[in-house]
Design a protein around this ligand. Structure first.
Ligand code: AMP
Ligand code: MG
Length: 403
């Protein structure tokens, strides 16, 4: 059984070897959130376009505004005002945040450090050259790259596109991800389960995780634990770039996913990882499709999706796989787990007295999705540790959609 970090590395190298040139699509910026930029975007002008005041106060020549000096205020400049005249010597002008600083002025003194008596402004402390001014072009120059190809468009990237006047962006098409659950006991969410049946929550959570990770989710449905039904529905899923299955990968008599995939020509890179939950996870490839066989237990499917499916979706989206966003925190309650497996326990990360602390939540094991709704992270218990005491530093994996 391999360590989860090695399993991730395998996912990354195998998927990179397989990823080809992606088709692109032009999207209005209002629809582009989460897409990967396919063509870089350049600046249309200098940023900022003028020497910008960053505080409300007085524009001055620093050498003229010494502590205790009084200067005559000759007017005011609001954000958006056009200014053409340089600041006359021995004077100051009232200026607002976001307004253009007049020529000759080289500092803005915050209003809090001045006293005003009609047209006269007295300075409580000496002005420093450059103070509270962002010079024209200091953020970016006209023609320079504003956003590189391969960037994921989040709110900040979309703001930059908007700032430089780009309303349509060229993006990579999202990878298409077929989702197939398996199990004789599973019924569609819209149906009333029999006394020993359960609703298909995995197909809902996996589709949500695919969308959060930047893929296009294409639920196929549920396959019964029978070779004929599994083969037919897996064949349907193999039409897409990625196929994510849940269930049927353990050691049970009716866990047929691996053997059916093999009969359809799949090759596997691993079929077990030293983690709990999520040990029986399968990763491989069949024809042109990257395949993940995740365990059926809902929390196992969620953890293994975050660990292994996301890096593959990143690569197939046209970007570098994001690193696992592990954080450090102080353990708030003692822990005892079986060694030899890395554990991912539903947990809550809190900030107390300016420090991050984490405690595992009570749960009934990997079927307990209710516990996960109270968690904002997974506490990572490394395989070489069986006991961890209060106050020790531990790693924490934030939940994709919470932290
Ligand atoms: P399996 O991996 O097929 O052995 O399933 C492990 C556990 O997860 C069993 O208790 C299943 O009933 C449950 N399970 C499997 N598939 C799903 C699903 N699609 N939605 C919710 N629970 C599931
Ligand atoms: Mg099953």
């Amino acid at each position: 059984m391999i360590h989860f970090a090695d399993a991730r590395r395998l996912v990354i190298t195998k998927t990179k070897a397989h990823a080809g040139v992606r088709p692109t699509i032009a999207l209005p910026i209002s629809d582009a959130l989460g897409h990967i930029l396919a063509r870089e975007i350049r600046c249309d002008r200098e940023y900022p376009p003028f020497h910008r005041a960053t505080r409300d106060g007085y524009a001055v020549v620093a050498a003229e505004a010494r502590q205790g000096t009084a200067l005559r205020c000759t007017g005011e400049i609001k954000a958006g005002d056009s200014i053409t005249e340089p600041l006359p010597s021995g004077t100051c002008m009232q200026i607002m945040t976001g307004a253009a600083v007049p020529a000759r002025a080289d500092a803005v003194v915050m209003i809090e450090f001045t006293r005003r008596d009609r047209d006269t402004v007295t300075f409580d402390r000496a002005a420093q050259p450059g103070q509270n001014i962002v010079p024209r072009g200091s953020e970016a120059h006209a023609g320079e790259r504003a956003l590189a190809a391969g960037l994921r468009l989040g709110f900040a990237e979309l703001a930059v596109a908007a700032q430089v006047g780009v309303t349509t962006v060229e993006c990579h098409r999202k990878p298409r991800v077929a989702i197939l659950s398996t199990g004789d006991e599973i019924v569609p969410v819209s149906e009333t389960p029999g006394p020993f049946q359960i609703r298909n929550s995995n197909i809902v959570s996996l589709a949500a995780q695919v969308r959060l990770a930047g893929g296009e989710a294409l639920p196929v449905g549920n396959a019964l634990d029978r070779v004929d039904d599994l083969s037919a529905k897996i064949a349907q899923g193999l039409r897409e770039e990625v196929l994510v299955l849940s269930g049927g990968v353990s050691m049970g008599k009716y866990d047929l996913v691996e053997s059916v995939l093999k009969s359809l020509g799949a090759e596997f890179s691993f079929d077990a990882v030293a983690i709990r939950p999520g040990k029986p996870t399968v990763f491989g490839r069949c024809r042109n499709t990257v395949i993940f066989g995740l365990p059926g237990n809902p929390v196992s499917a969620m953890v293994t999706f975050q660990l292994f499916v996301i890096p593959a979706l990143d690569i197939l989206s046209g970007t570098e796989p994001r690193p696992l966003p592990l954080l450090d925190a102080t353990l708030a309650e003692p822990l005892e787990e079986n060694p030899n497996l890395t554990h991912f326990l539903p947990a809550r990360l809190e900030w107390q007295n300016s420090a991050a602390t984490v405690a595992a939540l009570r749960w009934q094991g990997s079927g307990d999705i209710a516990a996960l709704t109270l968690a904002n992270c997974f506490l990572v218990v490394p395989q070489e540790r069986s006991q961890i005491s209060v106050g020790e530093r531990v790693s924490v994996l934030p939940r994709l959609d919470v932290l």
